[in-house]
Design a protein around this ligand. Sequence first.
Ligand code: CP
Ligand code: NVA
Length: 314
Amino acid sequence: MRHFLSIKDFTKNELLEMINLAQKIKAETKTKNFVPYLEKQTLGMIFEKSSTRTRVSFETGIYQLGGIGLFLSSNDIQLGRGEPMKDTARVISRMVDMVMIRTFAHSNIEEFAKYSKVPVINGLTDSYHPVQLMTDYLTMLECGVEKPIVAYVGDGNNNMTHSWLMLASKLGFELRVATPKGYECNQEIINQALIFAKESGAIITFGHEPKVAVEGANVVTTDTWVSMGQEDEKEERIKAFDGYIVDGSLISLAQKDAIFLHCLPAYRGLEVSEEIFEKHADEIFLEAENRLHAQKGIMVWLDQHRDDTTTEGK
Ligand code: CP
Ligand code: NVA
């Protein structure tokens, strides 16, 4: 059995298999051909943080695959009153067929997976947001970006950036990360990505100059400067990120037909200007829709690998 906790746990081939499944199921869905790949299966969805896209896409996705989603807010289940993660895992995984969790520390989801009898999917932790990055890759392909040169401008030490590092280093494309000083990526995750990059041929660079990162890129992306759980740091973060807005003058340095991606929710006037957000709205909302399709690929792949005995990803 495999869990989907981070992109780092999968080979390039496995990640591409999931993307292929997503493309196939998306095409079927678009012709109203709802193949029941996960008939009568239940997906438990545990949320310790807020969500719009993750909740709606997983709940709709499992339903369209022939199953049902159970929305479990931590405020409403005993987890929120202190029942241990490992007990929650041992109970819920005896009743459902797959679990998706959105939580704080990445160790929480690792603990859950350790005790779970069914595959566990990371719906965002403080360290990683892998389902979003699989979605972003699907979106880049649909936008015709075959050889990505991605510029990420903003907070380095967050779930999006870390997942970009994993995606680029596993699939072998170019990623340039520009962050303010003091907001660089986690060093252990950088080290891990650089090891993968050696094998895949990915080019990954880090710096503090948004212009250097964006020059010649064909994908520009960013994320909120204040992630969930960092609300107390809001004022100091907004000061520290001054100069890191993705606006018209910055993006003009990218390739002419460069796309702009944002996982959403977006804060206009902070990490992205209103003008650039609206100019690239087609790509951004295609990306949002693709959560539904990419996650179907991941769920079906995990279901097909329930008897997998490989140690990778465990
Ligand atoms: N991008 C994303 O995960 O959105 P939500 O927080 O709304 O789920
Ligand atoms: N980095 C953001 C992503 C939101 C989808 C956060 O964790 O809040």
